[in-house]
Every structure is written in structure tokens, then in C-alpha cells.
Design a protein around this ligand. Structure first.
Ligand code: ATP
Ligand code: MG
Ligand code: MG
Ligand code: MG
Length: 477
């Protein structure tokens, strides 16, 4: 079952059950406090908070998401992407726990021939919040699940809130058992890798306040209108339904992985480190493509910096796979072709998207080339001086002035049989961060205190002496 077909089945099922189908919002959220849309819930926050009346009582959607929080998991677990799509169904003061559990179970376990997803009941486990007897009883009643396949979890895992005073409530999650070859027995409470989370049902039922931490807050009162927020990972369902090992091997992602394999001349499945890099490349290329298509462009701060980082990590991974030449024209084209059915914009806007992507790769390759020359010299001198490690200040200079990634410095040094003075490098990084913070603070003060400038201007015209004084100052330098 193709990924697009799973999404369509989801939407068809909920449309049949009186949900309004809502198009995906942009990856760039309207809320300036959130860099990206990290979950299906983000575009609905005003309705969930009760600040704006929802224009419909029931809705369903496929929401594009970016979660950079998961970046270190990518390629290592089977289930974490920096970009993914969250299928969601929503009730704003309409159906509640019984409806949400009933719909989820019916869609998952109905036969494919009947429009369902055709999961075998014996492969599904659920968790509920430890105090949520109501949800546990409903799982027993609706799904006929035995007690041991309804596991109770604490606030850390199974209570949802935004971290702000507002709505909160228990969750119930649905897990797929991949079988004993993938890990330990005993359900998601024991092994959340073998038992892969596919769907989170959130029951927003109460008003909370005094949020001190994820698990420490006060419940004020039940919400007058209770809401349902659910999120099902499209890529996770796809990799299970397609019978592949992980989300980087599904139809929307695998073609990029295969291009990377071809370009490298290596084999996928031969060496663990290489496999992780192939998966990272496949993931990051797709995330970058989708960010570019939503109008994000590479830069040194905010959203643009995240995009830049994803692209640079891709270049790094390809180099570690033995490819020093440009690869983006091939990789991004493969990703475009795999994504254009679901998101025609990636083809329609290709000229612009590809220009940004290819230029970014060229720039970074030049940075790497320039940095490599400087690094080689520094390593030579370190060796000649009989020192065991490249100094922290040289590593820092490469990073700070030339944008040369520190992990690459380590690697090249290692190849030359040298270490890098990491503690000294870390100290310099800390100092730089502190300086940047202090700068930001003084900029704020400067804006607040314009009188300094007014006073300065009142002293009369400033004469620029740089041309005549430059010679002296450069001698001093
Ligand atoms: P996990 O515990 O596996 O990290 P999660 O509890 O962080 O997942 P939720 O925040 O509950 O995930 O998101 C709802 C659903 O979205 C999950 O059940 C999962 O199917 C999917 N999902 C979450 N994060 C990712 C990701 N990084 N890549 C792909 N799918 C994801
Ligand atoms: Mg997570
Ligand atoms: Mg989870
Ligand atoms: Mg979850």
C-alpha cells in the first residue's frame, strides 16, 4: 500500500464519519513562538484553547511536520524523521473518548477490502494514563483487548499539555508489535522499539494551571467542552504496511536512499555506519525539499539555519560515504519525484527550490575545500612541533571563521594520526556563546537608550580617518 493511499484511506474513512477534511497548514507555523509545525495540533491551537470558536465540530487532515528534536534519532531508530506527516482527526466539543477509540480501532482493523488498514488485532497494544479507568474500560469494551495489552503509564508518557496554563488531558497510544525478532516481550512499557507507537489519542478534558514541569501542575476544573486531538504517523503505518524495515525505506523516501547508494558505489545493508548515513541523507534531503517548498531559505539564523544544517549534514554524510562531488542535483530530483504526487508544489516550484538547494551545496563544498587547506597546514605544523593534538584555538578558528564543521576537523586530524584538544575547543565555544548573549543584551539596551546617539550627534560631524590611519593600524596588527 503506497503512502499516499494510506493517507487517502484515512481521510475517506473520517469523511464518511462526518469529518470536514482540512488541508495541511504550512511547515512554518503562524505562531512566532514555534519555529515549525511540530504536530497536527499546532494549526488548531486557537480552537483547542477555546480562544476562537472552531468552524466545524469534526475535522481530519494530513499535516506536514518538522521535528528537529528527533534529529539525533534519525537513521538509528526505524521510526524518527525530521520531516513526517501526521494524520489527525479532531473533535471540538463533539465526540469524546468512546468515539476516538471506536474510530481508531475500526480504521486500523477493518479489512483492506472494506477501506480499512487491515492490521491484525493480535499485533496491536495500547497504553492509557494510569488513572484513566474510563479509557481502559472502553478499550476492553470496544476492542475486546485483554488486560495485559492495555498498559498504564504515568504523566511523563501519557498526559498531554502545552506547558502553558490551558487545556490538558490523558492520552492513549496504540502500538504495533513487530515481533520477537525486534526486541523484548512485554509490551510498549518494556520495549518501545519492538512495540512501535503508531497513533496517539489525546483526550483534552480539563483546564490546568501552575505548570511547573511536564509532570507537575494543578488541575483547575473539567473543560466545559471537551476536545479530541489524535496523531497517527503516516510514515510509521507506511513502513509497517509496506513490509520494510523502517520509514526511510517507504515509497516516498527510498528512491533518495537508492540514489545515494548508487552515487557512493557502496552497498546498503553491508555496514551499519554507512546504512545510518544513507538513511540520514534520505531523510534530510526530503525535509530540506519540503522546507524549501514552504518558503524557508538557507540562512544563519532561525528557520533558515535549521534548513542549512539539514543540508550541510547531508553533504557531510555523503562525504563520509566517499562522495566529494556535488550530489544535490541527483538526490533532490529523486526526492521531488517521490513527493510530487502528494505535494505537486515540489515540481511546480522546482526551478526556485533547486536553485537554493544546489547553490547551498556549492557554497558548502567551497567552504569545505578552503577549510581543508588551512586544516592540512595546521596539522603539518602540529606534527612538526611534535605535539599530539591540534590546538583548541585552531579548531575553533576553523569552525568560527570558516564555518568548517568540528566533527570533520576531528576526522581529518584522526586520519593524520592526531588528536584535537576538545576541552580547549569547548571552552572557546562557551566563551563565544556568552559573548553573543552579552552582545544581544547590549543591542537591546542600545535600542532602549537612543539618547546616547542623540548626544553623540549633537557633538557635530564625525570625520572618517580610516584611510589615513589604516597604515599605522595595519602595522600594529
Ligand atoms: P515516539 O515516542 O515514537 O518518539 P512521540 O510520542 O514523540 O513518538 P507524538 O508526539 O505522540 O509522538 O506524535 C503522534 C504520532 O506522530 C506518533 O504516534 C507517531 O506515529 C508520529 N511521529 C512522532 N514523531 C515522529 C517522527 N519524528 N517521525 C515520524 N513519525 C513521528
Ligand atoms: Mg518522540
Ligand atoms: Mg511516544
Ligand atoms: Mg506519543
Amino acid at each position: 500500500m503506497k503512502t499516499a493511499e494510506i493517507a487517502q484511506r484515512y481521510l475517506d474513512y473520517f469523511e464518511k464519519n462526518d469529518h470536514v477534511i482540512v488541508p495541511s497548514a504550512s511547515l512554518v507555523s503562524n505562531d512566532p513562538s514555534i519555529l515549525f509545525t511540530i504536530a497536527g495540533m499546532v494549526p488548531f491551537i486557537p480552537y483547542l484553547n477555546g480562544l476562537v470558536p472552531a468552524p466545524y465540530a469534526r475535522a481530519a487532515d494530513v499535516q506536514k511536520c518538522i521535528r528537529t528534536l528527533d534529529i539525533e534519532e534519525v537513521g538509528h531508530t526505524a521510526r524518527h524523521g525530521t520531516f513526517f506527516q501526521m494524520l489527525g482527526n479532531w473533535s471540538f466539543g463533539d465526540y469524546f473518548k468512546e468515539g476516538a477509540i471506536g474510530y481508531a480501532w475500526e480504521l486500523l482493523t477493518s479489512a483492506e477490502a472494506d477501506g480499512g488498514l487491515g492490521f491484525a488485532e493480535r499485533d496491536l497494544w495500547v497504553t492509557v494514563y494510569e488513572d484513566d479507568d474510563e479509557a481502559a474500560a472502553l478499550w476492553k469494551k470496544i476492542a475486546g483487548l485483554p488486560e495485559e495489552r492495555i498498559q498504564r503509564m504515568g504523566k511523563e508518557d501519557n498526559y498531554w499539555h502545552t506547558g502553558q496554563p490551558g487545556p490538558g488531558g490523558p492520552c492513549s497510544e496504540i502500538y504495533f508489535d513487530r515481533g520477537p525478532a525486534y526486541g523484548r516481550d512485554g509490551g510498549p512499557a518494556v520495549d518501545d522499539s519492538r512495540f512501535t507507537e503508531i497513533w496517539n489519542l489525546v483526550f483534552m478534558q480539563e483546564q490546568i494551571t501552575n505548570v511547573r514541569s511536564k509532570t507537575d501542575f494543578d488541575v483547575v476544573a473539567p473543560l466545559p467542552r471537551k476536545n479530541i486531538d489524535t496523531g497517527m504517523g503516516l510514515e510509521r503505518v507506511a513502513f509497517i504496511k509496506q513490509g520494510v524495515e523502517n520509514m526511510y525505506e517507504i515509497d516516498q523516501v527510498r528512491p533518495v536512499l537508492d540514489r545515494a547508494v548508487d552515487l557512493s558505489g557502496r552497498r546498503y545493508g553491508a555496514e551499519h555506519g554507512d546504512d545510518v548515513r544513507f538513511r540520514v541523507v534520505a531523510d534530510h534531503v526530503r525535509s530540506s525539499l519540503m522546507l524549501l517548498s514552504d518558503g524557508v531559505t538557507p540562512s544563519n539564523e532561525g528557520r533558515g539555519y535549521i534548513l542549512r544544517r539539514l543540508m550541510r549534514r547531508t553533504v557531510r554524510a555523503m562525504r563520509l560515504l566517499g562522495v566529494d562531488e556535488p550530489t544535490f542535483p541527483e538526490l533532490f530530483t529523486a526526492s521531488r519525484d517521490a513527493m510530487k504526487t502528494a505535494y505537486p508544489v515540489v515540481a511546480d516550484d522546482w526551478t526556485r527550490i533547486s536553485q537554493y538547494a544546489f547553490a547551498e551545496e556549492q557554497t558548502f563544498l567551497r567552504t569545505l575545500a578552503a577549510g581543508s587547506t588551512i586544516l592540512d597546514l595546521a596539522l603539518d605544523e602540529t606534527k612538526k612541533a611534535g605535539k599530539p593534538a591540534l590546538s583548541g584555538s585552531e579548531a575553533f578558528l576553523l569552525h568560527d571563521t570558516y564555518g568548517f564543521p568540528i566533527d570533520l576537523t576531528f576526522e581529518v586530524a584522526q586520519e593524520a594520526g592526531l588528536d584535537v584538544d576538545r576541552p580547549a575547543f569547548d571552552t572557546l565555544m562557551q566563551e563565544q556563546k556568552a559573548r553573543a548573549k552579552a552582545d544581544a543584551r547590549s543591542r537591546k539596551r542600545a535600542i532602549a537608550d537612543q539618547s546616547v546617539y542623540r548626544e553623540f550627534r549633537a557633538q557635530g560631524e564625525t570625520v572618517f580617518t580610516g584611510y589615513t590611519d589604516l597604515e599605522t593600524s595595519s602595522r600594529v596588527l
